[in-house]
Design a protein around this ligand. Sequence first.
Ligand code: OAD
Length: 254
Amino acid sequence: MTAQPYTDELVDRLARANRVCVLTGAGISAESGIATFRDPDGLWAKFKPQELANVKAFLSNPELVQGWYQARRNVALEAQPNAGHMALVDLASIVSDFTLVTQNVDNLHTRAGSKNVLELHGNIARNYCIDCNQEVEDIAPIPDGETLRCTACNGLIRPDVVWFGEMLPDGIMDKALTKAKQADVVLSIGTSAVVYPAAYVPLVGREHGAYVAEINIEASDIASMINESVLGPSGKVLPQLVEAVRTRKRSGKQ
Ligand code: OAD
């Protein structure tokens, strides 16, 4: 049997917790084949966010930006939720008040079966017209040299994701921070925790007395400010951890 990468205390705390708040980042989808941003083979090592992920770039080169998001959307649509996503669905079923906050736009938590996911940075599966705001569901392949435009008003179509310099969806951060403040345990999973305000979720949880653990293949930026860093791929660690919590709850030794 391989040694468990997490402490008994984390298992105990989760087994006793009434309220759990989880923040996820790109790392939880890495085992589904979706590139992260800041790992050596991540998106920001190959592409420049200033050319692709802000409104100015979009307006000056919509063809490039739409094409890049279409390629990412196709990768996300073809990917399957992995054991880490599934383990969080399982954890939600054994905790009375469970909140899942994600920075990911890939929709994999919802496709895995998670409910009411707080998507801080939007969802790449959705698109809308920048002029009339109409949602556009089916995105056909964009022919070379063309841009995707609204059938109603001819406005440019953009992905429903948060770009650099943009506000997060209305009220979403308040909801996430309220849950983090109330939580007995906060988990920060597969995120470098360098992007704010998202990274406030674990930090605010800690400040308000939650036991805070991260699950990551390496210690993140906030490692020294939280209770525990569990090192390992989330697709392996999470199912093992959730099973341990189930066993602890069944044994009644909480
Ligand atoms: P990052 O790419 O910054 O960080 C991914 C994290 O996942 C790193 O800390 C990796 O060590 C870890 N990781 C990689 N594989 C893993 C695995 N199998 N299991 C567990 N951890 C693993 O991605 P985010 O933190 O999500 O924002 O980035 C935050 C935001 O920055 C994104 O939402 C995006 C980006 O710019 C916007 O697009 C607005």
